[in-house]
Design a protein around this ligand. Structure first.
Ligand code: PLP
Length: 458
């Protein structure tokens, strides 16, 4: 008999989590104005709000912390991280920042100007925020299959090269500072981008003389999917695949709170010394001196070790298998989930779950609130709340997909926790017709409203 699959690590330290009663949860979610960002984490039993900054560090990472060099300039921790980044990405220059959006802030300060056009594949919300904040425009060139949750396409994060070329043709070269490709594509469901597609983007970019940036928060998961799903890569090493991906780019930003498996951190990688120098000025202003940026020495050490572990085959297999385990459970229960499964999360299609609730009543957020009520599980909305208002017309933007995201923190929960989440959603699915109304907005911020929005029952 073939041996079953098991995790590639064992547990050395535990943190208690607590259950609650339905009555307690009802009071807490009302107090939180139906916005799960306002909940106290101690009122959450299983927290799948995000996979960002909440991974479990290894014993090797904790011991690397102890060796952190906190020198202001030229710390050994900086050089340790620099060497790992260069090994994995091939980028000879890098700037540490405190997280991914800080990397965007620094790099975009050097590159994006008012009126610019930035094509990409479903830009992440902070990426789009930093583009729109500079009065530039993000243009989504993702393949159309990405917007149908039932199509089994292996690389739903891909850029539609025809759409991209149309954008490159329509604007003068100096209004397009770069093309940004997000690997994996968070906003379309943690879906990977194929190597073939990255190379296609590279060819187009070279033809039009435009740089390519990789938004690389989950580059290792992307490399994993290339290995599994793209012919010619089945026998390749994850790190070689990652190197080949980064060879298609001129620079990269990374939120290290994802595949870097650290609680805080980010960086920008550069091939070009001139751009590195230009961005350094902003890094010093916004983040810190170039050899620490937004990070302490110990954090740079933990990140260097995290990048090594995060690109190991056994680790990635454990991670992606757990995500698929949850996806399969939900699919077996008949709950409509996005296929194929993404790398870091399972996405429930809220429009198919609650077809009778209009999108104007925030159908995905309605499901997020129900899931919390049912089992104290915190998920997040990837739908109309997140899509925010059009910056010009101030109308709600209704995205094609209304999703509830179950993001799985790295090395944190067991499959028993996944079973609880799956059954909780099944129970809601069984009584879905009893939930007749969605939510309405009581108050909201002018940008990135989903973090602080206050809602009421519609
Ligand atoms: C998380 C994330 C960011 C922003 O990073 P933070 O560390 O949260 O600031 C940018 N892009 C993508 C694709 C992300 O997943």
């Amino acid at each position: 008999m073939e041996l079953p699959f098991a995790e590639s690590y064992k547990i050395k330290m535990v943190e208690p989590i607590r259950k609650s009663t339905p009555a307690q949860r009802e009071a807490w979610i009302r107090e939180a104005k139906f916005n799960v960002f306002n909940l106290r984490s101690e009122h959450v039993f299983i927290d799948l709000l995000t996979d960002s900054g909440n991974g479990a560090m290894s014993d090797m990472q904790w011991s690397a912390l102890m060796q952190g060099d906190e020198s202001y300039a030229g710390a050994s921790s900086y050089y340790r991280l620099k060497s790992v980044i260069e090994d994995i990405t091939g980028f000879p220059y890098f700037l540490p920042t405190h997280q991914g959006r800080a990397a965007e802030n620094v790099l975009f300060s050097a590159m994006v100007r008012e009126g610019d056009i930035v094509p990409g594949n479903s830009h992440f919300d902070t990426t789009k925020g930093h583009i729109e904040f500079r009065k530039a425009q993000a243009v989504d060139c993702t393949i159309s299959q990405a917007f149908d949750t039932t199509i089994e396409h292996p690389f739903k994060g891909n850029i539609d090269l025809m759409k991209l070329e149309q954008v490159l043709k329509s604007y003068p070269r100096d209004r397009i500072p770069f093309i940004i490709v997000t690997i994996t594509c968070n906003s379309s469901g943690g879906q990977p981008v194929s190597m073939e597609n990255l190379k296609g983007v590279r060819r187009l970019a070279e033809r039009y003389g435009i740089p390519v940036i990789l938004d690389s928060a989950r580059f290792a998961e992307n490399a994993w999917f290339i290995k599994l799903r793209e012919k010619d890569y089945h026998d390749s090493d994850i790190r070689n695949i990652a190197g080949e991906m980064f060879a298609c780019a001129d620079a990269m930003t990374m939120s290290c709170k994802k595949d870097g498996i650290v609680n805080m951190g980010g960086f920008i990688g550069f091939r070009d010394e001139e751009l590195y120098k230009k961005a350094s000025v902003y890094n010093i202003m916004f983040e810190g001196y170039n050899t620490y940026g937004g990070m302490s020495g110990r954090d740079m050490n933990a990140l260097a070790q995290g990048l090594i572990e995060g690109t190991e085959f056994d680790y990635l297999q454990t991670r992606i298998n757990q995500v698929a385990y949850l996806g399969n459970k939900l699919r077996d229960f008949g709950v409509p989930v996005l296929v194929p499964y993404g790398g870091h999360a399972i996405f429930v299609d809220a429009k198919r779950f609650f077809p009778h609730i209009p999108v104007s009543e925030f159908v995905a957020q309605t499901l997020v609130v129900e899931l919390y009520r049912e089992a104290g599980v915190r998920a997040t909305e990837i739908g109309t709340l997140l899509a925010d208002r059009d910056p010009v017309s101030r109308e709600n933007r209704y995205p094609e997909l209304e999703l509830l995201r179950l993001a799985i923190p790295r090395r944190v929960y067991t499959n028993n926790h996944m079973d609880v989440v799956a059954v909780a959603l099944k129970n809601i699915y069984d009584r879905r017709k009893d939930i007749k109304r969605g939510l309405k907005i009581i108050s909201e911020a002018p940008i990135m409203r989903h973090f602080t929005v206050e809602l009421g029952m519609a």
